[in-house]
Design a protein around this ligand. Structure first.
Ligand code: AMP
Length: 537
Protein backbone atom coordinates (compact mmCIF):
# COMPACT_ATOMS: atom_id res chain seq x y z
CA UNK A 1 0.00 0.00 0.00
CA UNK A 2 1.30 3.45 -0.92
CA UNK A 3 1.25 6.32 1.53
CA UNK A 4 -1.12 9.12 0.70
CA UNK A 5 1.20 12.10 0.87
CA UNK A 6 1.87 14.78 -1.70
CA UNK A 7 4.71 14.05 -4.05
CA UNK A 8 6.30 17.51 -4.07
CA UNK A 9 9.81 17.76 -5.55
CA UNK A 10 12.77 18.82 -3.37
CA UNK A 11 14.20 21.84 -5.21
CA UNK A 12 16.96 24.31 -4.40
CA UNK A 13 14.63 27.19 -5.30
CA UNK A 14 12.49 26.14 -2.32
CA UNK A 15 15.40 26.85 0.04
CA UNK A 16 15.63 30.37 -1.35
CA UNK A 17 11.87 30.91 -1.24
CA UNK A 18 11.78 29.64 2.34
CA UNK A 19 14.70 31.85 3.43
CA UNK A 20 13.17 34.94 1.80
CA UNK A 21 9.74 34.23 3.27
CA UNK A 22 10.73 33.18 6.79
CA UNK A 23 14.09 34.86 7.33
CA UNK A 24 13.72 37.69 4.82
CA UNK A 25 15.50 40.23 7.01
CA UNK A 26 18.45 38.01 7.98
CA UNK A 27 21.70 39.50 6.77
CA UNK A 28 24.30 38.34 4.26
CA UNK A 29 27.66 40.07 4.69
CA UNK A 30 30.15 39.77 1.85
CA UNK A 31 33.73 40.96 1.54
CA UNK A 32 34.45 42.64 -1.79
CA UNK A 33 37.77 42.45 -3.65
CA UNK A 34 38.74 45.90 -2.31
CA UNK A 35 38.18 44.67 1.25
CA UNK A 36 34.96 46.62 1.86
CA UNK A 37 31.93 44.85 3.30
CA UNK A 38 28.68 44.60 1.38
CA UNK A 39 25.43 43.85 3.25
CA UNK A 40 21.96 42.80 2.26
CA UNK A 41 19.24 40.39 3.33
CA UNK A 42 17.94 37.01 2.23
CA UNK A 43 14.95 38.91 0.80
CA UNK A 44 17.30 40.94 -1.41
CA UNK A 45 19.31 37.82 -2.27
CA UNK A 46 16.13 36.22 -3.59
CA UNK A 47 15.28 39.31 -5.63
CA UNK A 48 18.72 39.49 -7.23
CA UNK A 49 18.76 35.74 -7.88
CA UNK A 50 15.53 36.22 -9.88
CA UNK A 51 17.21 39.02 -11.85
CA UNK A 52 20.16 36.76 -12.55
CA UNK A 53 17.86 33.96 -13.71
CA UNK A 54 16.26 36.41 -16.16
CA UNK A 55 19.67 37.64 -17.36
CA UNK A 56 20.79 34.05 -17.98
CA UNK A 57 17.50 33.20 -19.66
CA UNK A 58 17.88 36.23 -21.98
CA UNK A 59 21.35 34.92 -22.79
CA UNK A 60 19.80 31.67 -24.04
CA UNK A 61 20.57 29.54 -21.00
CA UNK A 62 17.91 26.87 -20.70
CA UNK A 63 17.23 23.77 -18.62
CA UNK A 64 20.25 21.47 -18.36
CA UNK A 65 22.83 23.93 -19.72
CA UNK A 66 25.99 24.42 -17.70
CA UNK A 67 27.00 27.80 -16.28
CA UNK A 68 30.49 28.07 -14.80
CA UNK A 69 31.78 30.21 -11.95
CA UNK A 70 35.35 31.14 -11.08
CA UNK A 71 34.84 33.10 -7.91
CA UNK A 72 35.49 33.52 -4.21
CA UNK A 73 32.89 33.26 -1.48
CA UNK A 74 30.84 36.39 -1.99
CA UNK A 75 27.24 37.53 -2.45
CA UNK A 76 27.31 37.46 -6.26
CA UNK A 77 28.57 33.90 -6.25
CA UNK A 78 25.76 33.10 -3.77
CA UNK A 79 23.21 34.55 -6.20
CA UNK A 80 24.53 32.17 -8.88
CA UNK A 81 24.22 29.28 -6.39
CA UNK A 82 20.46 29.85 -6.42
CA UNK A 83 19.69 31.33 -9.83
CA UNK A 84 21.49 28.74 -11.96
CA UNK A 85 20.03 25.54 -10.46
CA UNK A 86 16.79 27.34 -9.63
CA UNK A 87 16.09 27.88 -13.34
CA UNK A 88 16.99 24.24 -14.09
CA UNK A 89 20.53 24.87 -15.37
CA UNK A 90 23.67 23.38 -13.79
CA UNK A 91 26.13 25.38 -11.70
CA UNK A 92 29.70 24.36 -12.49
CA UNK A 93 31.99 25.79 -9.79
CA UNK A 94 35.63 25.98 -10.92
CA UNK A 95 38.71 26.17 -8.74
CA UNK A 96 40.88 29.19 -9.70
CA UNK A 97 43.93 27.58 -8.09
CA UNK A 98 44.09 24.93 -10.81
CA UNK A 99 46.45 25.10 -13.75
CA UNK A 100 44.92 27.07 -16.71
CA UNK A 101 45.13 24.03 -19.01
CA UNK A 102 43.22 21.94 -16.47
CA UNK A 103 40.59 24.66 -16.08
CA UNK A 104 40.16 24.94 -19.85
CA UNK A 105 39.82 21.16 -20.02
CA UNK A 106 37.04 21.24 -17.42
CA UNK A 107 35.15 24.10 -19.08
CA UNK A 108 35.22 22.20 -22.36
CA UNK A 109 34.28 18.89 -20.79
CA UNK A 110 31.36 20.52 -18.98
CA UNK A 111 30.39 22.41 -22.17
CA UNK A 112 29.88 25.59 -20.19
CA UNK A 113 28.08 28.36 -22.04
CA UNK A 114 28.51 31.27 -19.64
CA UNK A 115 31.39 31.99 -17.26
CA UNK A 116 30.83 34.23 -14.23
CA UNK A 117 34.22 35.24 -12.84
CA UNK A 118 35.76 37.44 -10.19
CA UNK A 119 37.54 40.39 -11.89
CA UNK A 120 40.68 39.39 -9.97
CA UNK A 121 40.84 36.32 -12.23
CA UNK A 122 40.69 38.31 -15.49
CA UNK A 123 44.29 37.41 -16.51
CA UNK A 124 43.50 33.72 -15.95
CA UNK A 125 40.24 33.95 -17.90
CA UNK A 126 42.05 35.71 -20.75
CA UNK A 127 44.51 32.81 -20.92
CA UNK A 128 41.85 30.11 -21.11
CA UNK A 129 39.25 31.93 -23.23
CA UNK A 130 40.86 31.09 -26.58
CA UNK A 131 40.77 27.40 -25.62
CA UNK A 132 37.09 27.46 -24.65
CA UNK A 133 35.09 28.24 -27.82
CA UNK A 134 31.76 27.13 -26.32
CA UNK A 135 31.71 29.90 -23.70
CA UNK A 136 29.59 32.55 -25.33
CA UNK A 137 29.41 35.09 -22.49
CA UNK A 138 31.91 36.25 -19.91
CA UNK A 139 30.47 38.04 -16.89
CA UNK A 140 32.83 39.90 -14.55
CA UNK A 141 31.38 39.80 -11.04
CA UNK A 142 31.71 43.52 -10.36
CA UNK A 143 30.03 46.83 -11.10
CA UNK A 144 31.17 47.05 -14.71
CA UNK A 145 33.26 45.12 -17.20
CA UNK A 146 37.03 45.45 -16.78
CA UNK A 147 39.05 46.43 -19.82
CA UNK A 148 40.11 43.45 -21.86
CA UNK A 149 41.53 43.23 -25.34
CA UNK A 150 41.21 39.46 -25.39
CA UNK A 151 37.62 38.84 -24.29
CA UNK A 152 34.75 39.53 -26.61
CA UNK A 153 31.29 39.26 -25.13
CA UNK A 154 32.37 40.54 -21.75
CA UNK A 155 29.91 42.31 -19.46
CA UNK A 156 29.92 43.62 -15.91
CA UNK A 157 27.60 41.72 -13.60
CA UNK A 158 25.80 44.72 -12.09
CA UNK A 159 25.14 46.36 -15.50
CA UNK A 160 23.96 43.04 -16.84
CA UNK A 161 21.66 42.44 -13.86
CA UNK A 162 20.25 45.98 -13.94
CA UNK A 163 18.96 45.32 -17.46
CA UNK A 164 16.85 42.34 -16.29
CA UNK A 165 13.57 42.10 -14.45
CA UNK A 166 13.34 40.78 -10.91
CA UNK A 167 10.12 38.95 -11.74
CA UNK A 168 10.85 35.30 -12.33
CA UNK A 169 8.76 32.26 -11.47
CA UNK A 170 11.07 29.45 -10.35
CA UNK A 171 10.06 26.46 -12.49
CA UNK A 172 9.03 23.12 -11.03
CA UNK A 173 10.72 19.99 -12.34
CA UNK A 174 11.90 16.51 -11.34
CA UNK A 175 13.95 16.69 -8.13
CA UNK A 176 16.53 14.33 -9.66
CA UNK A 177 17.46 17.05 -12.19
CA UNK A 178 21.17 17.97 -12.09
CA UNK A 179 21.87 21.10 -10.02
CA UNK A 180 25.65 21.38 -9.68
CA UNK A 181 28.86 20.08 -11.17
CA UNK A 182 32.16 19.92 -9.35
CA UNK A 183 35.30 18.26 -10.68
CA UNK A 184 37.51 16.25 -8.37
CA UNK A 185 41.10 17.39 -8.39
CA UNK A 186 42.28 13.85 -9.09
CA UNK A 187 46.03 13.49 -9.22
CA UNK A 188 46.06 10.92 -12.00
CA UNK A 189 44.21 11.07 -15.31
CA UNK A 190 41.68 13.72 -16.18
CA UNK A 191 39.47 15.23 -13.47
CA UNK A 192 36.07 13.64 -12.98
CA UNK A 193 32.84 15.63 -12.75
CA UNK A 194 30.49 14.95 -9.84
CA UNK A 195 26.95 15.89 -10.79
CA UNK A 196 24.74 16.79 -7.83
CA UNK A 197 20.96 16.81 -8.05
CA UNK A 198 18.33 19.04 -6.44
CA UNK A 199 17.22 16.09 -4.35
CA UNK A 200 20.75 15.32 -3.14
CA UNK A 201 21.49 18.99 -2.41
CA UNK A 202 18.30 19.59 -0.44
CA UNK A 203 18.58 16.37 1.59
CA UNK A 204 22.25 17.10 2.27
CA UNK A 205 21.40 20.63 3.46
CA UNK A 206 18.67 19.35 5.76
CA UNK A 207 21.02 16.86 7.42
CA UNK A 208 23.97 19.28 7.50
CA UNK A 209 22.05 21.65 9.74
CA UNK A 210 20.81 19.09 12.25
CA UNK A 211 22.17 18.59 15.75
CA UNK A 212 24.39 15.59 15.04
CA UNK A 213 26.02 17.46 12.17
CA UNK A 214 26.60 21.24 12.40
CA UNK A 215 23.68 22.03 14.71
CA UNK A 216 22.80 25.28 12.91
CA UNK A 217 20.21 27.56 14.47
CA UNK A 218 18.67 30.96 13.86
CA UNK A 219 21.15 32.37 16.41
CA UNK A 220 24.19 31.40 14.36
CA UNK A 221 26.34 33.64 12.22
CA UNK A 222 28.05 31.29 9.79
CA UNK A 223 31.38 31.97 8.09
CA UNK A 224 32.15 29.45 5.33
CA UNK A 225 35.90 29.72 4.86
CA UNK A 226 35.85 26.58 2.75
CA UNK A 227 35.64 27.93 -0.81
CA UNK A 228 32.41 27.87 -2.77
CA UNK A 229 34.41 26.25 -5.59
CA UNK A 230 35.24 23.30 -3.34
CA UNK A 231 32.29 20.89 -2.93
CA UNK A 232 29.77 23.73 -2.67
CA UNK A 233 31.51 25.18 0.41
CA UNK A 234 30.47 21.93 2.10
CA UNK A 235 26.79 22.81 1.49
CA UNK A 236 26.77 25.89 3.76
CA UNK A 237 25.42 28.31 1.11
CA UNK A 238 22.27 26.17 1.14
CA UNK A 239 22.19 24.99 4.76
CA UNK A 240 22.70 28.45 6.32
CA UNK A 241 19.72 30.18 4.61
CA UNK A 242 17.62 27.05 5.11
CA UNK A 243 18.17 27.37 8.87
CA UNK A 244 17.91 31.14 9.00
CA UNK A 245 21.59 31.65 9.91
CA UNK A 246 23.26 34.97 9.22
CA UNK A 247 25.87 34.37 6.52
CA UNK A 248 29.29 36.01 6.34
CA UNK A 249 31.29 35.49 3.14
CA UNK A 250 35.03 36.23 3.35
CA UNK A 251 35.81 36.93 -0.34
CA UNK A 252 39.40 36.18 -1.27
CA UNK A 253 41.00 37.32 2.00
CA UNK A 254 41.72 34.08 3.79
CA UNK A 255 44.83 35.02 5.79
CA UNK A 256 44.70 34.73 9.59
CA UNK A 257 44.54 38.49 10.23
CA UNK A 258 41.67 39.14 7.79
CA UNK A 259 39.69 36.17 9.03
CA UNK A 260 40.12 37.21 12.65
CA UNK A 261 39.01 40.75 11.87
CA UNK A 262 35.90 39.42 10.09
CA UNK A 263 35.08 36.93 12.86
CA UNK A 264 35.27 39.67 15.48
CA UNK A 265 33.68 42.45 13.45
CA UNK A 266 30.72 40.35 12.36
CA UNK A 267 30.38 38.33 15.59
CA UNK A 268 30.72 34.98 13.84
CA UNK A 269 29.60 31.99 15.93
CA UNK A 270 30.38 29.13 13.58
CA UNK A 271 32.90 28.52 10.84
CA UNK A 272 34.18 25.74 8.59
CA UNK A 273 37.39 25.16 6.67
CA UNK A 274 40.47 23.01 6.05
CA UNK A 275 43.22 22.64 8.72
CA UNK A 276 45.74 24.88 6.91
CA UNK A 277 43.40 27.88 7.17
CA UNK A 278 42.85 27.34 10.91
CA UNK A 279 46.57 27.01 11.37
CA UNK A 280 47.12 30.52 10.00
CA UNK A 281 44.21 31.88 12.08
CA UNK A 282 45.64 30.24 15.22
CA UNK A 283 49.11 31.62 14.49
CA UNK A 284 47.67 35.11 14.07
CA UNK A 285 45.71 34.92 17.33
CA UNK A 286 48.73 33.56 19.21
CA UNK A 287 51.04 36.26 17.88
CA UNK A 288 48.60 39.02 18.75
CA UNK A 289 47.55 37.43 22.04
CA UNK A 290 43.86 37.61 21.11
CA UNK A 291 40.94 35.18 21.04
CA UNK A 292 37.56 35.16 19.34
CA UNK A 293 34.83 36.61 21.52
CA UNK A 294 31.77 35.07 19.82
CA UNK A 295 33.00 32.07 17.79
CA UNK A 296 32.16 28.91 19.71
CA UNK A 297 32.24 26.13 17.16
CA UNK A 298 34.22 25.25 14.10
CA UNK A 299 34.21 22.32 11.73
CA UNK A 300 37.45 21.23 10.18
CA UNK A 301 37.56 18.77 7.33
CA UNK A 302 39.24 17.96 4.05
CA UNK A 303 42.29 16.43 5.81
CA UNK A 304 42.87 14.74 9.13
CA UNK A 305 42.53 16.97 12.17
CA UNK A 306 45.62 16.97 14.40
CA UNK A 307 44.95 16.67 18.14
CA UNK A 308 47.17 19.68 18.81
CA UNK A 309 44.73 21.85 16.89
CA UNK A 310 41.69 20.59 18.82
CA UNK A 311 43.53 21.21 22.10
CA UNK A 312 44.81 24.62 21.05
CA UNK A 313 41.39 25.86 19.95
CA UNK A 314 39.69 24.50 23.09
CA UNK A 315 42.24 25.64 25.65
CA UNK A 316 43.59 28.87 24.18
CA UNK A 317 40.58 30.14 22.25
CA UNK A 318 37.56 28.41 23.87
CA UNK A 319 36.39 27.13 20.47
CA UNK A 320 35.04 23.62 20.08
CA UNK A 321 36.52 22.02 16.98
CA UNK A 322 34.78 19.11 15.36
CA UNK A 323 35.92 17.07 12.44
CA UNK A 324 33.92 16.28 9.33
CA UNK A 325 34.91 13.68 6.78
CA UNK A 326 33.73 13.67 3.21
CA UNK A 327 34.71 14.11 -0.40
CA UNK A 328 33.54 15.80 -3.58
CA UNK A 329 31.66 12.62 -4.43
CA UNK A 330 29.83 12.65 -1.07
CA UNK A 331 28.42 16.23 -1.31
CA UNK A 332 30.53 16.20 1.07
CA UNK A 333 29.11 15.27 4.47
CA UNK A 334 29.69 11.62 5.39
CA UNK A 335 30.72 11.54 9.03
CA UNK A 336 31.16 13.91 11.96
CA UNK A 337 33.28 13.42 15.05
CA UNK A 338 31.47 13.29 18.39
CA UNK A 339 30.22 16.62 19.76
CA UNK A 340 31.43 17.92 23.14
CA UNK A 341 27.96 17.54 24.65
CA UNK A 342 28.09 13.81 23.80
CA UNK A 343 31.24 13.54 25.88
CA UNK A 344 30.48 15.41 29.08
CA UNK A 345 31.55 12.56 31.32
CA UNK A 346 34.98 11.99 29.77
CA UNK A 347 38.22 13.86 30.43
CA UNK A 348 39.32 16.72 28.20
CA UNK A 349 42.21 14.58 26.90
CA UNK A 350 39.78 11.85 25.83
CA UNK A 351 37.51 14.42 24.20
CA UNK A 352 40.43 15.76 22.18
CA UNK A 353 41.40 12.24 21.12
CA UNK A 354 37.84 11.54 19.98
CA UNK A 355 37.82 14.72 17.92
CA UNK A 356 40.72 13.32 15.89
CA UNK A 357 38.53 10.40 14.78
CA UNK A 358 36.52 11.05 11.65
CA UNK A 359 33.44 9.94 13.57
CA UNK A 360 29.92 8.74 13.01
CA UNK A 361 27.90 8.60 9.80
CA UNK A 362 25.16 11.22 9.74
CA UNK A 363 21.58 10.15 9.08
CA UNK A 364 21.23 8.79 5.55
CA UNK A 365 24.79 7.52 5.29
CA UNK A 366 25.93 3.91 5.57
CA UNK A 367 29.57 2.84 5.73
CA UNK A 368 31.34 -0.47 5.10
CA UNK A 369 34.92 -1.69 4.76
CA UNK A 370 36.23 -3.81 1.91
CA UNK A 371 39.22 -6.14 2.25
CA UNK A 372 41.70 -6.81 -0.60
CA UNK A 373 39.37 -9.51 -2.04
CA UNK A 374 36.36 -7.20 -1.85
CA UNK A 375 34.76 -9.06 1.07
CA UNK A 376 33.32 -6.80 3.77
CA UNK A 377 35.39 -6.62 6.96
CA UNK A 378 34.12 -6.55 10.56
CA UNK A 379 33.49 -3.27 12.36
CA UNK A 380 35.72 -4.09 15.32
CA UNK A 381 37.95 -1.05 15.39
CA UNK A 382 40.90 -3.17 14.25
CA UNK A 383 40.22 -4.43 10.72
CA UNK A 384 41.27 -1.87 8.13
CA UNK A 385 40.00 -1.80 4.58
CA UNK A 386 38.84 0.51 1.83
CA UNK A 387 35.99 2.66 3.05
CA UNK A 388 32.73 2.16 1.15
CA UNK A 389 29.82 4.55 1.44
CA UNK A 390 26.23 4.79 0.22
CA UNK A 391 23.42 7.25 0.68
CA UNK A 392 21.13 9.70 -1.15
CA UNK A 393 23.87 12.33 -1.68
CA UNK A 394 26.67 9.98 -2.77
CA UNK A 395 27.76 9.95 -6.45
CA UNK A 396 26.63 6.98 -8.50
CA UNK A 397 28.81 7.85 -11.52
CA UNK A 398 30.72 10.69 -13.15
CA UNK A 399 29.56 13.21 -15.74
CA UNK A 400 30.35 12.01 -19.29
CA UNK A 401 32.95 9.61 -17.99
CA UNK A 402 33.06 5.83 -18.13
CA UNK A 403 34.79 5.35 -14.75
CA UNK A 404 32.44 3.31 -12.60
CA UNK A 405 32.97 4.16 -8.95
CA UNK A 406 30.39 1.75 -7.52
CA UNK A 407 31.16 -1.73 -6.19
CA UNK A 408 27.99 -3.70 -5.49
CA UNK A 409 26.03 -0.48 -5.01
CA UNK A 410 28.66 1.11 -2.74
CA UNK A 411 30.94 4.02 -3.64
CA UNK A 412 34.60 3.04 -3.12
CA UNK A 413 36.22 6.09 -1.51
CA UNK A 414 39.93 5.30 -1.92
CA UNK A 415 40.35 5.95 1.82
CA UNK A 416 41.57 3.24 4.19
CA UNK A 417 39.63 3.14 7.44
CA UNK A 418 38.61 1.16 10.50
CA UNK A 419 35.15 1.29 12.07
CA UNK A 420 34.56 0.35 15.70
CA UNK A 421 31.60 -1.56 17.10
CA UNK A 422 29.90 1.72 18.00
CA UNK A 423 30.08 2.88 14.38
CA UNK A 424 32.90 5.40 14.83
CA UNK A 425 35.09 5.60 11.73
CA UNK A 426 38.81 6.41 11.65
CA UNK A 427 40.66 7.14 8.42
CA UNK A 428 44.20 5.80 8.46
CA UNK A 429 45.28 6.50 4.89
CA UNK A 430 44.47 7.00 1.26
CA UNK A 431 44.77 3.76 -0.72
CA UNK A 432 47.55 5.33 -2.77
CA UNK A 433 49.33 6.76 0.31
CA UNK A 434 49.51 3.54 2.26
CA UNK A 435 52.92 2.68 3.72
CA UNK A 436 53.50 -1.05 4.00
CA UNK A 437 56.65 -1.87 5.95
CA UNK A 438 57.66 -5.50 6.39
CA UNK A 439 54.15 -6.52 5.35
CA UNK A 440 52.50 -4.35 8.05
CA UNK A 441 50.65 -1.08 7.54
CA UNK A 442 51.89 2.14 8.99
CA UNK A 443 49.20 4.79 9.16
CA UNK A 444 50.65 7.92 7.60
CA UNK A 445 47.90 9.99 9.27
CA UNK A 446 48.72 8.64 12.75
CA UNK A 447 52.42 9.22 12.17
CA UNK A 448 51.82 12.79 10.96
CA UNK A 449 49.54 13.53 13.91
CA UNK A 450 52.14 12.15 16.32
CA UNK A 451 54.77 14.47 14.83
CA UNK A 452 52.41 17.44 14.89
CA UNK A 453 51.83 16.84 18.61
CA UNK A 454 55.36 18.24 19.12
CA UNK A 455 55.03 21.94 20.01
CA UNK A 456 57.78 22.92 17.54
CA UNK A 457 56.15 21.13 14.58
CA UNK A 458 53.72 23.03 12.37
CA UNK A 459 53.10 20.45 9.67
CA UNK A 460 54.19 16.91 8.85
CA UNK A 461 53.69 14.59 5.87
CA UNK A 462 54.77 10.95 5.63
CA UNK A 463 55.38 9.05 2.42
CA UNK A 464 56.45 5.45 1.83
CA UNK A 465 59.86 5.06 0.19
CA UNK A 466 61.47 1.84 -1.12
CA UNK A 467 63.62 -0.15 1.29
CA UNK A 468 65.73 -3.26 0.51
CA UNK A 469 64.75 -5.16 3.64
CA UNK A 470 61.27 -3.86 4.64
CA UNK A 471 60.00 -3.20 1.08
CA UNK A 472 58.93 0.26 2.26
CA UNK A 473 59.81 2.60 5.10
CA UNK A 474 58.18 5.90 6.11
CA UNK A 475 59.97 9.14 5.20
CA UNK A 476 58.77 12.16 7.13
CA UNK A 477 58.80 15.73 5.87
CA UNK A 478 58.40 18.28 8.67
CA UNK A 479 57.84 22.04 8.75
CA UNK A 480 59.07 23.54 12.04
CA UNK A 481 57.85 26.65 13.81
CA UNK A 482 59.98 29.70 12.97
CA UNK A 483 63.12 29.79 15.09
CA UNK A 484 62.56 26.28 16.47
CA UNK A 485 65.63 24.49 17.79
CA UNK A 486 64.75 20.85 17.25
CA UNK A 487 66.87 18.19 15.62
CA UNK A 488 65.76 14.96 13.99
CA UNK A 489 67.09 12.76 16.83
CA UNK A 490 64.96 14.66 19.35
CA UNK A 491 61.90 14.37 17.14
CA UNK A 492 62.55 10.64 16.72
CA UNK A 493 62.70 10.22 20.51
CA UNK A 494 59.44 12.16 20.79
CA UNK A 495 57.79 9.89 18.20
CA UNK A 496 59.00 6.74 19.96
CA UNK A 497 56.83 7.70 22.92
CA UNK A 498 53.76 7.99 20.75
CA UNK A 499 53.83 5.34 18.03
CA UNK A 500 55.20 1.79 17.69
CA UNK A 501 59.00 1.78 17.59
CA UNK A 502 59.07 0.32 14.07
CA UNK A 503 56.85 3.10 12.77
CA UNK A 504 59.40 5.79 13.63
CA UNK A 505 61.02 6.92 10.38
CA UNK A 506 64.78 6.56 10.01
CA UNK A 507 64.59 9.54 7.71
CA UNK A 508 63.13 12.85 8.79
CA UNK A 509 63.67 15.92 6.66
CA UNK A 510 62.99 19.48 7.80
CA UNK A 511 61.57 21.60 4.98
CA UNK A 512 60.58 25.28 4.78
CA UNK A 513 57.08 24.60 3.53
CA UNK A 514 54.79 21.88 2.21
CA UNK A 515 53.37 21.71 -1.30
CA UNK A 516 49.68 22.43 -0.70
CA UNK A 517 47.21 21.61 -3.50
CA UNK A 518 44.27 23.57 -4.82
CA UNK A 519 41.92 22.19 -2.17
CA UNK A 520 44.23 22.70 0.81
CA UNK A 521 45.69 19.20 1.02
CA UNK A 522 49.39 18.32 1.12
CA UNK A 523 50.38 17.08 -2.33
CA UNK A 524 52.18 13.87 -1.55
CA UNK A 525 52.84 13.12 -5.20
CA UNK A 526 55.12 16.19 -5.25
CA UNK A 527 56.91 14.97 -2.12
CA UNK A 528 57.36 11.53 -3.70
CA UNK A 529 58.79 13.12 -6.84
CA UNK A 530 61.09 15.28 -4.72
CA UNK A 531 62.28 12.18 -2.89
CA UNK A 532 62.99 10.29 -6.12
CA UNK A 533 64.92 13.27 -7.53
CA UNK A 534 66.97 13.61 -4.34
CA UNK A 535 67.66 9.86 -4.23
CA UNK A 536 68.92 9.98 -7.84
CA UNK A 537 71.48 12.70 -7.02
P1 AMP B 1 38.04 16.11 -1.93
O1 AMP B 1 37.18 15.33 -2.85
O2 AMP B 1 39.03 16.98 -2.63
O3 AMP B 1 37.22 16.85 -0.92
O4 AMP B 1 38.94 15.09 -1.11
C1 AMP B 1 38.35 14.04 -0.37
C2 AMP B 1 39.41 13.33 0.40
O5 AMP B 1 39.96 14.19 1.42
C3 AMP B 1 38.90 12.13 1.18
O6 AMP B 1 38.76 10.99 0.36
C4 AMP B 1 39.97 11.97 2.24
O7 AMP B 1 41.10 11.31 1.74
C5 AMP B 1 40.35 13.40 2.54
N1 AMP B 1 39.62 13.87 3.73
C6 AMP B 1 38.52 14.63 3.79
N2 AMP B 1 38.16 14.85 5.06
C7 AMP B 1 39.04 14.20 5.83
C8 AMP B 1 39.20 14.02 7.24
N3 AMP B 1 38.39 14.58 8.11
N4 AMP B 1 40.23 13.24 7.65
C9 AMP B 1 41.09 12.66 6.79
N5 AMP B 1 40.99 12.79 5.46
C10 AMP B 1 39.98 13.55 4.99
Amino acid sequence: MQGMMMDRPLLISDILKHAARTYGDVEVVSRDTDGSLFRYTFGELARRARRLANALHNEGVVHGMRVATLAWNDHRHLEAYYAVPGMGAVLHTCNPRLHPSQLAWMLNHAEDTVLLFDPAFLPLVEVIASQCPRVRKYVALGASAPTSTKLTNLVGYEEWLAASSDVFEWPEFDERTASGLCYTSGTTGNPKGVLYSHRSAVLHSLVLGNAQALGLTRDDTVLPVVPMFHVNAWGLPYAAPLNGCRLVLPGGRLDGASLYELIEGERVTFSAGVPTVWLSLAQHMQTKGVRPSTMRRSVIGGSALPETMVRLFAESFDVEVRQGWGMTETSPLGTMSAAAQDDEKVSAAERYRRATLQGYPVFGIELALAGPDGAHLPHDGVAQGELLIRGPWIASGYFNHDAMPLVGGWFATGDIAAIDAGGCMRITDRVKDVIKSGGEWISSIDLENAAMAHPEVVMAAAIGVPHPKWAERPYLYVVLRQGAALDTAELRTFLEQRVARWWVPDDIEFVDDMPIGATGKVQKQILRKRYVEQAAC
